[in-house]
Design a binder for this molecule. Structure first.
Ligand code: UT7
Length: 319
């Protein structure tokens, strides 16, 4: 039987750090409010010249290097983003060109903050089907471009960044199980309800969110999908070494861990210094804890996404 396994991780954060005090200096907010209500202390914001494919390139190079895999050995690129460089071509194709490789399939996947989990499950299916052996799976975002910087209810929450993994075929899992879900009837509570038409933006180019509705929905579905995924893998919640939920708000993360009965020591938290980086948040958190030597080979990690759509999902992996 063919399985897929994460054999290298990488991450990239743009150098510019924006603190809560920078928001407090020009908006009706405070460092104390942002910390208490979200857990966020600072976030990284891309320079105007940096695009999602630039961030993805840095994260991908780091993942390839960690895996000891050459770019030309990659035979599939799946890139999750809601902030692509262009309408088309896909950011995955731009990344492929920047990596100096050709011919392998490369495509973007749009599931907002669940994007990386969706992309990982998709690449896992390609590998288990036996048609591909080494996939680059990336989450890359410049959410700073779709924020209304005068809306204190949203602009303080997000950051930019990219995370990547190399997923390779092997004879043992690896990826044990994935569960993906969506319910488009909740599209209105988190959206950027605009598009380009006739040379103008029709609708709004800015992220809009009903924060407390999103909060409640996220806690509910992260609990449900964790249980479904662990059961699909034939395991128990107690078998999980690390829980990496989408890094949206430390209160959502802690509420999820509590509902699942997992000790907070097993919860990965990076939202304090990354902010919410949407599709990049889970692979960035994974990479940070792998590089810190906390997540080690053999550890079982439950990766969880939740976001616009609404979409949600989880993947259980052994590293
Ligand atoms: O990536 C996927 C999804 N995103 C999320 O998962 C985010 C989910 N939601 C949240 O994290 C939280 O709902 C927020 C952090 C967005 C908001 O926290 P909350 O505890 O749900 O606050 P709230 O929306 O109920 O607002 C409470 C008050 C309001 O004032 P009033 O109406 O009570 O006078 C807001 O206007 O807090 C106010 N407020 C702020 N005050 C200071 C909202 N944003 C700010 C701010 N600074 N930045």
């Amino acid at each position: 039987m063919i399985f897929s396994r994460i054999v290298g991780t990488g991450g990239y954060l743009p150098p510019r750090v924006v603190t809560n005090d920078e928001f407090a200096a020009r908006l009706d907010t405070s460092d104390a409010w942002i910390r208490e209500r979200t857990g966020i202390v600072e976030r990284h914001i891309a320079d105007a010249s940096q695009t999602s494919s630039d961030l993805a390139l840095e994260a991908s190079r780091a993942a390839l290097s960690a895996a000891g895999v050459r770019a030309e050995d990659i035979d599939l690129i799946v890139l999750a983003t809601s902030t692509p460089d262009y309408v088309f071509p896909s950011t995955a194709c731009l990344l492929q060109a920047k990596l100096g490789i050709k011919n392998c399939p490369a495509f973007d996947l749009q599931a907002v903050c669940s994007g990386f989990v969706y992309a990982l499950a998709t690449a896992d299916n390609f590998i288990r089907a036996g048609t591909h052996r080494r996939a680059l799976v990336v989450g890359a975002e410049v959410f700073s471009r779709i924020l209304d910087w005068n809306d204190r209810g949203t602009c303080v929450l997000f950051g930019d960044g990219a995370g990547a993994v190399v997923l390779a075929a092997g004879d043992r899992p690896g990826v044990h199980a994935s569960v993906l879900r969506a319910d488009g009837s909740h599209a209105g509570i988190l959206s950027v309800p605009g598009n380009v038409c006739g040379g103008s933006i029709v609708g709004s180019p800015y992220l809009q969110m009903q924060g407390s509705q999103v909060f409640k929905f996220a806690v509910k579905v992260l609990d449900e999908v964790a249980r479904e995924t662990v059961a699909a893998a034939g395991m128990q919640l107690g078998d999980i070494d690390w829980l990496i939920p989408h890094q949206a708000n430390v209160r959502i993360l802690e509420a999820t861990a509590r509902k699942l009965g997992l000790p907070l020591e097993r919860l990965v938290v990076t939202v304090d210094h990354h902010g919410n980086t949407s599709a990049a948040s889970v692979p960035l958190a994974l990479d940070e804890f792998v590089r810190a030597g906390k997540i080690r080979p053999g550890h079982r990690v439950l990766l969880q996404g939740v976001g616009g759509g609404f979409t949600w999902g989880a993947t259980l992996v052994t590293m």
